[in-house]
Ligand binder design. Structure first.
Ligand SMILES: [Fe+2]
Length: 190
């Protein structure tokens, strides 16, 4: 994320006490609108990575409710990316250009889980664990950009981001319900 770009750590000594501080370089982030756009681009990258990853989860899940939930969320995620495109289109800007490294890491962990597990309730429980990490990342990020949009006064973006945020929260709750009512107990008996 751009927030950290342009900052380099330097070590300095004050009256013999070593302290760490930061200094801004040429790429200093100083414009709130730029920060808003960069956060939106980060989410656009995250959504597109999720669109590529979700079919693997649909294929790997054995619990019907979970499989169905991942499939539904794949369709929703395509709409989430589309909503971000709508926001950028209105601004006359491009949603491309940023890679969400956090999502890359979360998806790489999910891939490891798929390679290590065999289909069944334990793998289903592991898939839910990974998917909820992803949902929580998105809930945090959408909450932030929605607040930014409010402060900037982009009402249309607030409405679009709010719809997505609510769907992410609903997905997270559904995952908890499937885990608590079906999958975890099956995994324990396994
Ligand atoms: Fe999403």
């Amino acid at each position: 994320m751009i927030f950290w770009r342009g900052f380099s750590r330097i070590e300095c000594s004050v009256k013999g006490v070593k302290t760490m501080t930061t200094t801004a370089s040429k790429n200093e982030l100083s414009d709130f609108n730029d920060l808003y756009l960069e956060q939106l681009r980060d989410l656009y990258s995250a959504e597109n990575q999720i669109i590529k990853a979700l079919p693997k989860l649909v294929a790997a899940a054995t619990e019907p409710k979970l499989k169905e939930g991942f499939q539904l969320h794949l369709e929703q995620t395509k709409e989430h990316a589309h909503r971000l495109e709508q926001i950028f289109s209105k601004l006359g800007d491009s949603p491309e250009g940023t890679t969400c490294k956090a999502m890359k890491g979360l998806i790489a962990e999910g891939q490891e889980t798929l390679e290590e597990g065999k289909p069944g309730p334990v793998l289903d429980a592991a898939l839910i664990a990974g998917a909820q990490r992803i949902e929580h990342y998105e809930i945090a990020a959408y909450g932030t950009v929605k607040t930014f949009a409010k402060h900037i006064g982009d009402k249309e973006a607030v409405s679009l981001l709010d719809q997505t945020l609510n769907e992410e929260k609903a997905t997270d709750e559904k995952l908890s319900t499937v885990a608590e009512t079906v999958v975890n107990s099956k995994a324990l008996k396994k």
